[in-house]
Design a binder for this molecule. Sequence first.
Ligand SMILES: [Fe+2]
Ligand SMILES: [Fe+2]
Length: 266
Amino acid sequence: MKLLFIGDIVGQPGRNAVKTLLPGLRERHGLDFVIANGENSAGGNGITPRIAGEIFSAGVDVITTGDHLWDQKEVMELLANEKRFLRPLNYPPGTPGQGSAIFEVQRPKSKGQSPISIAVLNAQGRTFMPPLENPFLLALDEVKRLRQQTKILFVDFHAEATSEKIAFARMLDGQVSAVVGTHTHVQTADEQIFPGGTAYLTDAGFTGPHESVLGREIEPVLKRFLTGMPQRFEVAKDRVLLHGAVVEIDDASGKALTILRVSEPV
Ligand SMILES: [Fe+2]
Ligand SMILES: [Fe+2]
């Protein structure tokens, strides 16, 4: 099967990019499944049920998140009710929502065949990030549990430090189909398949306006660095790109066959 992972959708420009570009990408790559990180989809901060609905309607099957999860209070509704919505696994026990889920994919190319199961897992790093439970220990257990149901597993590891991301993915090599990083909003050029068959990319980048600082207007960010005073960081407008990666996975073994970075202008 072939899936597209879309890096952090930033604000309305990012949502528009998904709406505009996804049909073409689906056609060109023969996509069976689409996952997107939506932590910045509501004006750059968090996500609401209405905006999640917009992203699902654009053709996204599952939304993952990260440290901006809590920025909009309406997210509680998504955490309580939406099966296609994931938050990082390693919040303390008792936190609403889920860090992983299994989905059935009916491949359009193979009509008549039974659907394929794919597990999606979302975890968050701890280096230069808010303190959470240890994602390494929790992911090992969770992957073991999910693998009893399917060998096709996709992981969005939302983390800052490249070392933590690579170590996390190396730990899971051979046990998951792909680990793709998010959070830095800067797409890395290190896509590869590890010896055990796990596809890896340190960061998918972000989907939104790239004439910016990580999706925000340049001037207020500069002012903040120059003065140290808090500023409102509005979402920028220009040079909108969809960033992500297409991963091709062998249905029988769950191993990755190819990984391709995507950077597509609107
Ligand atoms: Fe983000
Ligand atoms: Fe983040």
